[in-house]
Ligand binder design. Structure first.
Ligand code: NAG
Ligand code: NAG
Length: 465
């Protein structure tokens, strides 16, 4: 019985919780021949683009509890962790933990709608607007049918036993229907949360809690648009100017989630002054947690939005990021900054390389042509700032730095050639990774992670000859 249900969803909302709890009772009434009854909620927020990027956004810092590293396995999401869009998220009723993982494959990612049609008996896919009584009923009906056929196959059907199991299903069906009437839409929930956040009578804790919940909702593209039309976006932009650190932190968190691959929100946010406010937060003395979330929001603001990138350069954003490197205690942000720069550089490079430029909106191409990020990076001395990070011990940090050094190679080659510390670091790293590769191969891993790192290092060494 213990594994018979995993009711999946992200429940911030009481009604849904009641539903979940009912499902527990429901479950306990069923035979353990029904392996699993799962309500899976796929976060649909524009899966084509978002998934990968948001994942990249936060998969940087292993010690950092606020970052969730998705894999294909279900993993527990800790309180306060950011869950990138595009993941499957569920609430495990056995443990009460929120769990998330990457969608199984590309098809699943791009084809959520289709997948919903191919519902399996033990799995019920729902999206936020439609965990309808219809779907619940269908699932219940199917389970009931399965229960019946399986009972018939039994040698000695225990009718009393069967009857006992069935009565509660009927009851639960009713209960589900009733409950479903009362399940609030995301829109209604957001209205309440925004009101709570904006109310002068709410306590600080209540405001933070409202932002915390909003962060979950605005991951979905349509919710983020509603959030915008409800005036919530401007409220969180203004919240970045709050005197309370914890409000700034959570406002930035919500903003970053709403912005993620959501062009409409990106445009409105920049018009609402989000970029100035974020840079202000990053440029002034703030706790690490606040800066971390502000950097997250800034990254979401800039990605795939050349107009914002241009404004960012004009407003001295690059200098602001550089100032983080001079500040004590901000080390965990370094690799995030490098990742952001890398992503922006590559984004433009991919556009330059792409064959079908005619397909791209002319204005966009034109905007990108004005974003002269690499020259500014070189001019402001980032070449060496970045390569110095190779001295950090974490493999994934080095991986990111190596990638970035490689995309900057053409522009930074002269500085790198004259940098003796760099050539020493590179040969030390080469030795270290040669050993790790040998170990990897002894363990039968021919194309391992370290082999890739070693190959990056060798390429760089060669390019500097
Ligand atoms: C927030 O509260 C102010 C003052 O009560 C009100 O004027 C404003 O419309 C509210 N904004 C939103 C988005 O609810
Ligand atoms: C927030 O503060 C910054 C810096 O003081 C200021 O430039 C900006 O106008 C303020 N924004 C809002 C929305 O209050």
């Amino acid at each position: 019985m213990s594994h018979c249900i995993r009711l999946l969803s992200i429940a911030a909302n009481l009604n849904l919780l009641i539903l979940l709890l009912s499902a527990v009772c429901f479950c306990s009434c069923l035979s353990d021949r029904i392996p699993e009854f799962a309500l899976t909620k796929t976060e649909e927020s524009d899966l084509e683009e978002t998934g990968k990027e948001s994942v990249a956004e936060d998969d940087l810092d292993p010690e950092d509890l606020e970052v969730f590293y998705p894999t294909h396995q279900w993993q527990i999401v800790q309180t306060g962790q950011a869950v990138p869009a595009g993941l499957h998220v569920r609430l495990n009723l056995q443990t009460g933990e929120r769990e998330a993982r990457l969608p199984d494959d590309k098809n699943e990612k791009s084809d959520v709608k289709d997948q919903r049609k191919k519902k399996r008996l033990d799995k019920l896919d729902i999206n936020s607007n439609s965990y309808t009584s219809q779907e619940l009923k269908e699932a219940l009906a199917k389970m009931k049918k399965k229960e019946k056929t399986e009972s018939k196959r039994e040698q000695k059907p225990n009718l009393e036993d069967v009857r006992q199991r069935f009565r509660p299903i009927e009851e639960l069906k009713k209960e589900f229907e009733e409950l479903n009437m009362r399940i609030e839409t995301d829109f209604e929930v957001m209205v309440k949360l925004i009101k709570k956040f904006n109310s002068s009578t709410s306590s600080l804790d209540e405001k933070v809690a409202a932002l915390y919940d909003l962060e979950y909702y605005v991951h979905q593209v349509d919710n983020a648009k509603d959030f915008l039309s409800l005036g919530g976006l401007q409220l969180v932009i203004n919240g970045l100017n709050s005197t309370e650190h914890v409000l700034k932190e959570h406002a930035a968190f919500v903003l970053g989630a709403a912005l993620s691959s959501n062009p409409k929100v990106q445009v409105e946010a920049i018009e609402g002054g989000a970029l100035q406010n974020l840079l202000h937060v990053l440029a002034t003395e703030q706790p690490l947690a606040v800066k971390k979330k502000a950097l997250f929001a800034l990254s979401s603001m800039l990605r795939h939005f050349p107009y914002a990138q241009l404004q960012f350069l004009k407003l001295g954003g690059l200098q602001v990021l550089r100032s983080l490197f001079r500040e004590k205690g901000m080390e965990t942000l370094y690799v995030r900054v490098v990742t952001l720069l890398y992503d922006l550089i590559v984004e433009k490079m991919l556009l330059d390389d792409s064959q079908d430029k005619e397909d791209q909106m002319e204005e966009r191409v034109q905007q990108y042509s004005q974003v002269n990020l690499v020259p500014a990076v070189v001019e402001q001395g980032w070449c060496v700032t970045i390569s110095n990070l190779l001295a950090l011990p974490e493999h994934d940090t080095r991986e990111k730095v190596l990638q970035t050094v490689r995309v900057l190679m053409a522009a930074c080659r002269d500085r790198y050639r004259g940098d003796h510390a760099l050539s020493t670091t590179l040969s030390v790293l080469r030795t270290e990774y040669e050993e790790l590769v040998a170990e990897e191969q002894r363990e039968g891993d021919k194309d391992g992670y370290f082999k890739e790192l070693l190959s990056s290092i060798n390429t760089i060494i060669q390019e500097l000859r």
